[in-house]
Every structure is written in structure tokens, then in C-alpha cells.
Design a protein around this ligand. Sequence first.
Ligand code: GLP
Length: 241
Amino acid sequence: MIDKTSPIPIYYQLESYIKNQIEAGFILPGENIPSEREYAENYGISRMTVRQAINSLVNEGLLYRKKGSGTFVSEKKIEQPLQGLTSFTEDMQKRGMTPTSKLIHFEVIPANSFIANELKISEYAPVYEIKRIRLADGEPMALETNYLSANLVKGLTEEKVKASIYSYVEEKLGLRITHAEQMIESVRATDDHEKLLNIEKNHPMLYIQRNTFLHDGTPLELVRSVYRGDRYKFQIKMERN
Ligand code: GLP
């Protein structure tokens, strides 16, 4: 499979080969790949070349290294479309995964000036502050903090937010969620994320802020989420006008 006479660089050939092996399911997520020495000996190439191929796959996120135990195949990333306003519950169910939430914090607090401004309510008006770990098939994916006006979203309880906020708002309150603005930034995992999401410190994360609105423009929620960067990628279709 390595053709030394080819103009294609050897590291790149090895990289494609390992990629194909993963895609074809010969090496599964969580399993480790052969060592640098094994690749070098089996294919008669230098360890430097092997390292270059592996580094490139680590940078791409397809492989990850664990100190002292080798290099492993990463879990497949969840490809999240950015068009369409959906909830975590819907996103996971669509994929055939089971969504659950672990409630960390649920409190009604007086809105500070920032939250009041985002939700277009008066300062000190009551807002729910809800912090949940969102899990897919039992695996923590994101940490989410929602702020919603308690005068708008009446009767929200701990039980209800452990299920789905959107389905409570739509099905029980009959409110129409129609649009949102979302911003995505890259951040590093903090101590809090490390503990709650079971990941390493400094792990790459995606910070997402969403402002969601009802059909008449009333702000429904301000959401600050931190998603695992190793498990998510976002996809959007674009058209040139
Ligand atoms: C996603 C969004 C959040 C939204 C949540 C509602 O996770 N990033 O902004 O609040 O969905 O999810 P659910 O209806 O499952 O509670």
C-alpha cells in the first residue's frame, strides 16, 4: 500500500491508508492504532514519516494520544446542521440517540442588566437560571445554561427541564418558537467543564450563545452552551446570491 516510487509523499500515503482503515471500520473508535515502530517496520519507512502522518490525523481530530498508552481512534463527530432551529432533544432523537439531561442548577433569580436587556424585560424581573449537562446515549456532550423569563415561561419545573424546554414551551404553553441568533466561538475547557463533562483541561470546546425568539419577536431565552469540540462539527449549506 505504500508506493515509494509515487510522487505522492509517503507520509500522505500512510495518512490516507490509516484514514481508510478507520472509515472501513477495521479500527474502531476507542481502539488503539499500531505503534510508530510497527508502522515503520511493516512498511519499511522511517519513524519520522510515520509520526508526520499520525500528527496530521491527531490535528484533524481523527486520532488522539493518551500519555503512556498510545494513539487511539476518536469517536465520530456529530455533524450538526446550522440551518433549522432545533432543540438538543430533537437533534439526538433524529440521530437515533437517547438524550438525557443532568440538572446541575435550577433557580429563579432577579435579572441582571445584561440578561434583562437580552430578554427585553426589566432589571430584577424573575428569570429561571437553568444549568444542565446534556448527554447523548449517556455520554456528556455539552454544558448548557439557559435564562428564561419566569413571567413568560410559567410553571417550568426541575422535572420539565430534565426533559425538553422547547417541548414544554410549545406543547404545554402553546408558544411559537420561530427564530434564533447564534454565535459560535472556540474556547478551552475550564476546571468546571473538566469535572462536569469528564474531559481533560484545555480540551478544545465550542462556546455557543443562542438568543431564541417567539413569532412576535419576544425573546424566549438566552442560552450559553459549551459543546465538546472533539465530538461536534457544524455544517451549513450556502448559496451565492
Ligand atoms: C439546544 C440549544 C439550546 C436550547 C436547547 C433546548 O441545546 N443549543 O439553545 O435551549 O437546545 O433543548 P431541549 O428542548 O432539549 O431542552
